[in-house]
Design a protein around this ligand. Structure first.
Ligand code: MG
Length: 371
Protein backbone atom coordinates (compact mmCIF):
# COMPACT_ATOMS: atom_id res chain seq x y z
CA UNK A 1 0.00 0.00 0.00
CA UNK A 2 1.30 3.43 -0.95
CA UNK A 3 0.27 7.00 -0.27
CA UNK A 4 -0.82 8.58 -3.55
CA UNK A 5 -2.33 11.92 -2.56
CA UNK A 6 -2.51 14.21 0.48
CA UNK A 7 -5.20 16.91 0.58
CA UNK A 8 -5.37 19.76 3.09
CA UNK A 9 -8.32 21.90 4.16
CA UNK A 10 -8.23 25.02 6.31
CA UNK A 11 -11.21 25.86 8.50
CA UNK A 12 -12.01 28.58 11.01
CA UNK A 13 -13.69 27.23 14.13
CA UNK A 14 -15.53 30.01 15.98
CA UNK A 15 -15.82 29.54 19.75
CA UNK A 16 -19.28 29.82 21.29
CA UNK A 17 -17.90 32.41 23.71
CA UNK A 18 -14.62 34.31 23.97
CA UNK A 19 -12.26 32.20 26.10
CA UNK A 20 -9.89 33.80 28.63
CA UNK A 21 -6.79 32.06 29.99
CA UNK A 22 -3.98 33.01 32.30
CA UNK A 23 -5.91 35.61 34.28
CA UNK A 24 -7.29 37.15 31.10
CA UNK A 25 -3.80 37.69 29.64
CA UNK A 26 -4.68 35.43 26.70
CA UNK A 27 -8.08 35.49 24.99
CA UNK A 28 -9.42 33.46 22.08
CA UNK A 29 -12.44 33.95 19.81
CA UNK A 30 -11.79 31.44 17.04
CA UNK A 31 -9.44 28.60 16.16
CA UNK A 32 -7.57 27.91 12.92
CA UNK A 33 -7.63 24.20 12.15
CA UNK A 34 -6.25 22.03 9.33
CA UNK A 35 -7.83 18.80 8.13
CA UNK A 36 -5.72 16.31 6.21
CA UNK A 37 -6.89 13.40 4.05
CA UNK A 38 -4.31 10.81 3.04
CA UNK A 39 -5.31 8.67 0.02
CA UNK A 40 -3.74 5.36 -0.98
CA UNK A 41 -3.43 3.22 -4.10
CA UNK A 42 -5.66 0.58 -2.44
CA UNK A 43 -8.68 2.84 -2.07
CA UNK A 44 -8.35 3.52 1.65
CA UNK A 45 -8.24 7.10 2.92
CA UNK A 46 -7.34 8.35 6.39
CA UNK A 47 -8.13 11.61 8.16
CA UNK A 48 -6.29 13.73 10.69
CA UNK A 49 -6.63 17.20 12.17
CA UNK A 50 -4.10 19.67 13.58
CA UNK A 51 -5.28 22.66 15.61
CA UNK A 52 -2.84 24.45 17.94
CA UNK A 53 -5.73 26.23 19.78
CA UNK A 54 -4.68 29.89 19.17
CA UNK A 55 -1.33 31.33 18.18
CA UNK A 56 -0.61 32.80 21.64
CA UNK A 57 -1.04 29.50 23.45
CA UNK A 58 2.02 27.55 22.27
CA UNK A 59 4.94 28.18 19.89
CA UNK A 60 2.63 26.90 17.15
CA UNK A 61 0.03 28.44 14.85
CA UNK A 62 -2.51 27.36 12.25
CA UNK A 63 -0.73 28.79 9.18
CA UNK A 64 2.43 27.10 10.44
CA UNK A 65 0.72 23.71 10.17
CA UNK A 66 0.00 24.28 6.48
CA UNK A 67 3.46 25.72 5.78
CA UNK A 68 4.97 22.58 7.30
CA UNK A 69 2.64 20.30 5.36
CA UNK A 70 3.94 21.90 2.16
CA UNK A 71 7.35 20.46 3.03
CA UNK A 72 6.27 17.18 4.63
CA UNK A 73 3.45 15.95 2.40
CA UNK A 74 5.51 15.50 -0.81
CA UNK A 75 8.06 13.46 1.17
CA UNK A 76 5.37 10.96 2.22
CA UNK A 77 4.03 10.25 -1.27
CA UNK A 78 4.90 6.63 -2.09
CA UNK A 79 5.38 5.50 1.54
CA UNK A 80 3.29 2.76 3.15
CA UNK A 81 1.04 4.66 5.61
CA UNK A 82 0.80 1.58 7.85
CA UNK A 83 4.54 1.78 8.60
CA UNK A 84 4.06 4.47 11.24
CA UNK A 85 7.60 4.51 12.58
CA UNK A 86 9.03 4.89 9.08
CA UNK A 87 6.52 7.62 8.25
CA UNK A 88 7.62 9.46 11.41
CA UNK A 89 11.32 9.00 10.69
CA UNK A 90 10.86 10.43 7.19
CA UNK A 91 8.96 13.40 8.65
CA UNK A 92 11.67 14.00 11.28
CA UNK A 93 14.44 13.91 8.65
CA UNK A 94 12.50 16.07 6.19
CA UNK A 95 11.63 18.72 8.80
CA UNK A 96 13.39 18.39 12.18
CA UNK A 97 11.34 19.70 15.10
CA UNK A 98 8.05 21.50 14.29
CA UNK A 99 6.23 18.56 15.87
CA UNK A 100 2.81 20.19 15.75
CA UNK A 101 2.78 20.23 11.94
CA UNK A 102 3.21 16.42 11.85
CA UNK A 103 0.25 15.29 13.93
CA UNK A 104 -2.50 15.37 11.27
CA UNK A 105 -0.40 13.27 8.88
CA UNK A 106 0.48 10.79 11.62
CA UNK A 107 -3.14 10.45 12.75
CA UNK A 108 -4.37 9.99 9.17
CA UNK A 109 -1.86 7.15 8.73
CA UNK A 110 -3.09 5.55 11.99
CA UNK A 111 -6.62 5.83 10.58
CA UNK A 112 -5.52 3.89 7.48
CA UNK A 113 -3.70 1.27 9.58
CA UNK A 114 -6.89 0.74 11.57
CA UNK A 115 -9.09 0.43 8.49
CA UNK A 116 -6.61 -1.92 6.80
CA UNK A 117 -6.42 -4.17 9.88
CA UNK A 118 -10.12 -3.95 10.75
CA UNK A 119 -9.31 -2.63 14.24
CA UNK A 120 -10.22 0.58 16.09
CA UNK A 121 -7.35 2.81 17.20
CA UNK A 122 -7.99 2.18 20.89
CA UNK A 123 -7.15 -1.48 20.30
CA UNK A 124 -4.09 -0.75 18.15
CA UNK A 125 -2.87 1.57 20.92
CA UNK A 126 -3.01 -1.24 23.47
CA UNK A 127 -6.54 -1.13 24.89
CA UNK A 128 -8.49 -4.25 25.77
CA UNK A 129 -11.89 -2.55 25.67
CA UNK A 130 -13.39 0.73 24.53
CA UNK A 131 -13.13 2.16 28.05
CA UNK A 132 -15.22 5.27 28.62
CA UNK A 133 -13.00 8.24 29.54
CA UNK A 134 -14.12 10.80 32.13
CA UNK A 135 -14.33 14.24 30.57
CA UNK A 136 -13.42 17.45 32.36
CA UNK A 137 -14.93 20.88 32.07
CA UNK A 138 -12.84 23.93 31.24
CA UNK A 139 -13.75 27.01 33.25
CA UNK A 140 -12.37 30.34 31.91
CA UNK A 141 -10.86 32.95 34.23
CA UNK A 142 -13.51 35.13 35.85
CA UNK A 143 -14.79 36.16 39.28
CA UNK A 144 -15.10 33.36 41.86
CA UNK A 145 -18.88 33.62 41.73
CA UNK A 146 -19.04 33.27 37.95
CA UNK A 147 -16.53 30.40 37.96
CA UNK A 148 -18.52 28.53 40.61
CA UNK A 149 -21.69 29.04 38.55
CA UNK A 150 -19.95 27.58 35.48
CA UNK A 151 -18.70 24.60 37.52
CA UNK A 152 -22.24 23.92 38.75
CA UNK A 153 -23.55 24.13 35.18
CA UNK A 154 -20.85 21.67 34.08
CA UNK A 155 -21.73 19.32 36.96
CA UNK A 156 -25.31 19.28 35.71
CA UNK A 157 -24.01 17.98 32.36
CA UNK A 158 -22.18 15.12 34.05
CA UNK A 159 -18.71 16.60 34.49
CA UNK A 160 -17.06 15.52 37.75
CA UNK A 161 -13.61 16.96 37.01
CA UNK A 162 -13.02 20.64 36.32
CA UNK A 163 -10.12 22.67 34.98
CA UNK A 164 -10.35 26.18 36.41
CA UNK A 165 -8.22 28.76 34.64
CA UNK A 166 -6.51 31.16 37.05
CA UNK A 167 -3.28 33.16 37.12
CA UNK A 168 -2.77 36.87 36.81
CA UNK A 169 -1.09 39.98 38.09
CA UNK A 170 -3.45 40.30 41.08
CA UNK A 171 -2.29 37.72 43.61
CA UNK A 172 -5.21 38.39 45.96
CA UNK A 173 -7.67 37.65 43.13
CA UNK A 174 -6.07 34.26 42.54
CA UNK A 175 -6.05 33.46 46.25
CA UNK A 176 -9.76 34.36 46.38
CA UNK A 177 -10.52 32.15 43.36
CA UNK A 178 -8.66 29.12 44.75
CA UNK A 179 -10.21 29.42 48.21
CA UNK A 180 -13.76 29.95 46.92
CA UNK A 181 -13.68 27.19 44.32
CA UNK A 182 -12.02 24.67 46.66
CA UNK A 183 -14.64 25.35 49.32
CA UNK A 184 -17.57 25.18 46.89
CA UNK A 185 -16.56 21.96 45.14
CA UNK A 186 -18.53 18.84 46.19
CA UNK A 187 -16.39 16.11 47.77
CA UNK A 188 -16.97 13.72 44.86
CA UNK A 189 -15.70 16.18 42.24
CA UNK A 190 -12.11 17.09 41.36
CA UNK A 191 -10.45 20.28 40.22
CA UNK A 192 -7.24 21.39 38.59
CA UNK A 193 -6.23 25.02 38.97
CA UNK A 194 -4.59 25.76 35.64
CA UNK A 195 -2.31 28.79 35.88
CA UNK A 196 -1.27 28.62 32.21
CA UNK A 197 2.27 29.78 33.13
CA UNK A 198 1.16 33.17 34.44
CA UNK A 199 3.11 33.21 37.71
CA UNK A 200 6.77 33.76 38.51
CA UNK A 201 8.17 31.09 40.87
CA UNK A 202 8.03 33.53 43.79
CA UNK A 203 4.36 34.28 43.23
CA UNK A 204 3.57 30.58 42.81
CA UNK A 205 5.22 29.64 46.11
CA UNK A 206 3.59 32.57 47.87
CA UNK A 207 0.08 31.87 46.58
CA UNK A 208 0.16 28.09 46.92
CA UNK A 209 1.48 28.19 50.48
CA UNK A 210 -1.21 30.62 51.60
CA UNK A 211 -4.28 28.72 50.36
CA UNK A 212 -6.02 25.41 51.03
CA UNK A 213 -6.25 24.28 47.42
CA UNK A 214 -8.08 21.12 46.39
CA UNK A 215 -6.33 18.65 44.08
CA UNK A 216 -3.91 19.67 41.31
CA UNK A 217 -2.03 22.83 40.29
CA UNK A 218 -1.20 23.01 36.57
CA UNK A 219 1.66 24.77 34.76
CA UNK A 220 2.24 27.46 37.41
CA UNK A 221 5.18 29.07 35.58
CA UNK A 222 6.59 29.50 32.10
CA UNK A 223 9.41 26.96 32.01
CA UNK A 224 9.97 23.38 33.12
CA UNK A 225 12.79 24.50 35.44
CA UNK A 226 10.59 27.13 37.09
CA UNK A 227 7.80 24.57 37.59
CA UNK A 228 10.33 22.17 39.11
CA UNK A 229 11.48 24.91 41.51
CA UNK A 230 7.87 25.35 42.64
CA UNK A 231 7.01 21.63 42.80
CA UNK A 232 9.36 20.92 45.72
CA UNK A 233 8.14 23.93 47.72
CA UNK A 234 4.36 23.41 47.70
CA UNK A 235 1.91 20.81 49.01
CA UNK A 236 -0.29 20.17 45.98
CA UNK A 237 0.70 17.83 43.13
CA UNK A 238 1.85 19.65 40.01
CA UNK A 239 0.54 18.94 36.50
CA UNK A 240 2.77 20.01 33.59
CA UNK A 241 1.34 21.18 30.28
CA UNK A 242 2.71 23.94 28.01
CA UNK A 243 6.39 23.36 28.92
CA UNK A 244 6.28 19.83 27.46
CA UNK A 245 6.81 19.58 23.71
CA UNK A 246 8.70 16.41 22.84
CA UNK A 247 9.79 13.24 24.62
CA UNK A 248 12.99 14.88 25.88
CA UNK A 249 10.96 17.43 27.86
CA UNK A 250 9.07 14.61 29.55
CA UNK A 251 12.34 12.85 30.38
CA UNK A 252 13.73 16.07 31.82
CA UNK A 253 10.53 16.63 33.81
CA UNK A 254 10.97 13.22 35.39
CA UNK A 255 14.66 13.81 36.14
CA UNK A 256 13.86 17.17 37.74
CA UNK A 257 10.93 15.84 39.77
CA UNK A 258 8.91 18.69 38.30
CA UNK A 259 5.49 17.15 38.82
CA UNK A 260 3.29 14.14 39.41
CA UNK A 261 1.25 14.43 36.24
CA UNK A 262 1.36 15.63 32.63
CA UNK A 263 -0.95 16.65 29.84
CA UNK A 264 -0.36 14.44 26.77
CA UNK A 265 -1.58 16.25 23.66
CA UNK A 266 -1.09 14.53 20.29
CA UNK A 267 -0.97 17.76 18.26
CA UNK A 268 1.72 19.29 20.44
CA UNK A 269 4.01 16.26 20.45
CA UNK A 270 3.61 15.28 16.77
CA UNK A 271 0.70 12.83 16.62
CA UNK A 272 -0.38 9.51 18.10
CA UNK A 273 2.93 7.72 17.45
CA UNK A 274 4.92 10.10 19.63
CA UNK A 275 2.05 10.62 22.11
CA UNK A 276 1.91 6.86 22.62
CA UNK A 277 5.64 6.77 23.41
CA UNK A 278 5.13 9.53 25.97
CA UNK A 279 2.03 7.84 27.40
CA UNK A 280 3.97 4.60 27.83
CA UNK A 281 6.84 6.46 29.52
CA UNK A 282 4.29 8.12 31.81
CA UNK A 283 2.85 4.74 32.76
CA UNK A 284 6.39 3.46 33.48
CA UNK A 285 7.22 6.31 35.86
CA UNK A 286 3.78 6.38 37.51
CA UNK A 287 2.49 9.69 36.24
CA UNK A 288 -1.19 10.53 36.14
CA UNK A 289 -2.13 11.92 32.75
CA UNK A 290 -4.77 14.01 31.09
CA UNK A 291 -4.76 12.79 27.47
CA UNK A 292 -6.55 15.24 25.19
CA UNK A 293 -5.69 17.37 22.19
CA UNK A 294 -4.60 20.99 22.07
CA UNK A 295 -7.73 22.01 20.18
CA UNK A 296 -9.90 21.30 17.18
CA UNK A 297 -13.12 19.57 16.24
CA UNK A 298 -14.44 16.23 17.47
CA UNK A 299 -11.99 14.61 15.03
CA UNK A 300 -8.94 15.80 16.98
CA UNK A 301 -10.71 15.06 20.27
CA UNK A 302 -11.52 11.51 19.16
CA UNK A 303 -7.91 10.69 18.24
CA UNK A 304 -6.86 11.69 21.76
CA UNK A 305 -9.74 9.76 23.35
CA UNK A 306 -8.58 6.60 21.58
CA UNK A 307 -5.21 7.00 23.32
CA UNK A 308 -6.77 7.95 26.66
CA UNK A 309 -9.15 4.99 26.56
CA UNK A 310 -6.27 2.57 26.01
CA UNK A 311 -4.33 3.95 29.02
CA UNK A 312 -4.45 2.10 32.38
CA UNK A 313 -7.05 3.50 34.80
CA UNK A 314 -4.46 4.33 37.45
CA UNK A 315 -2.57 6.59 35.04
CA UNK A 316 -5.54 8.21 33.34
CA UNK A 317 -7.24 11.31 34.63
CA UNK A 318 -10.05 13.07 32.76
CA UNK A 319 -9.88 14.36 29.18
CA UNK A 320 -11.09 17.70 27.86
CA UNK A 321 -13.17 17.87 24.68
CA UNK A 322 -12.43 21.02 22.69
CA UNK A 323 -15.41 20.59 20.38
CA UNK A 324 -17.81 21.53 23.17
CA UNK A 325 -16.52 25.10 22.91
CA UNK A 326 -17.14 25.37 19.15
CA UNK A 327 -20.05 26.99 17.34
CA UNK A 328 -19.60 24.63 14.36
CA UNK A 329 -19.35 20.85 13.98
CA UNK A 330 -17.51 19.69 10.84
CA UNK A 331 -17.99 16.03 11.83
CA UNK A 332 -21.67 16.16 12.83
CA UNK A 333 -22.45 13.84 15.70
CA UNK A 334 -19.42 11.64 15.07
CA UNK A 335 -16.62 10.52 17.35
CA UNK A 336 -16.15 10.72 21.11
CA UNK A 337 -18.89 12.88 22.68
CA UNK A 338 -19.78 13.69 26.27
CA UNK A 339 -22.49 11.36 27.53
CA UNK A 340 -23.14 11.91 31.25
CA UNK A 341 -19.54 12.92 31.89
CA UNK A 342 -17.84 10.21 29.82
CA UNK A 343 -16.59 9.93 26.23
CA UNK A 344 -16.16 6.55 24.55
CA UNK A 345 -13.99 6.06 21.46
CA UNK A 346 -15.65 4.60 18.33
CA UNK A 347 -15.17 0.88 17.77
CA UNK A 348 -15.34 1.04 13.99
CA UNK A 349 -11.99 0.32 12.27
CA UNK A 350 -9.54 3.24 12.34
CA UNK A 351 -10.22 6.68 13.79
CA UNK A 352 -13.96 6.32 13.28
CA UNK A 353 -14.51 9.95 12.21
CA UNK A 354 -14.84 11.33 8.68
CA UNK A 355 -15.79 14.92 8.02
CA UNK A 356 -18.61 15.95 5.74
CA UNK A 357 -16.46 17.24 2.89
CA UNK A 358 -19.26 19.52 1.70
CA UNK A 359 -18.80 21.43 4.98
CA UNK A 360 -15.07 21.81 4.36
CA UNK A 361 -15.24 23.38 0.90
CA UNK A 362 -12.35 23.07 -1.52
CA UNK A 363 -8.94 21.85 -0.30
CA UNK A 364 -6.36 24.63 0.08
CA UNK A 365 -3.57 22.29 -1.05
CA UNK A 366 -3.21 18.92 -2.75
CA UNK A 367 -0.02 16.88 -3.04
CA UNK A 368 -0.10 14.12 -5.68
CA UNK A 369 1.90 11.07 -6.62
CA UNK A 370 5.30 11.97 -8.03
CA UNK A 371 5.72 10.88 -11.65
MG1 MG B 1 -3.38 23.49 30.70
Amino acid sequence: MKITRISVWRMTLPLIETYALSGGRLTFEQLDTSFVRVDTDEGLSGWGEACPWGHTYLPAHGPGVRAGLEILAPALIGLDPRALDRVNRVMDVTLPGHLYVKSALDIACWDILGQASGLPLWKLLGGADANPVAVNSSIPTSTPEQMIALIRAASAKGYRTHSAKIGGADISADIARIEALSAALPANEKITFDVNRAWTPGVAVQVLNSVSARDWIEQPCETLEQCAHVAVRVRNPIMLDECLHGFQDHLNAWKLGAGEGVKVKPNRVGGLTKARQIRDFGVSVGWQMHIEDVGGSAMADTAAIHLASSTPDANRLASWLCHYHLAVDPVPGQGARNIDGFATPPSTPGLGVRPDETLLGEPCACYEVRQ
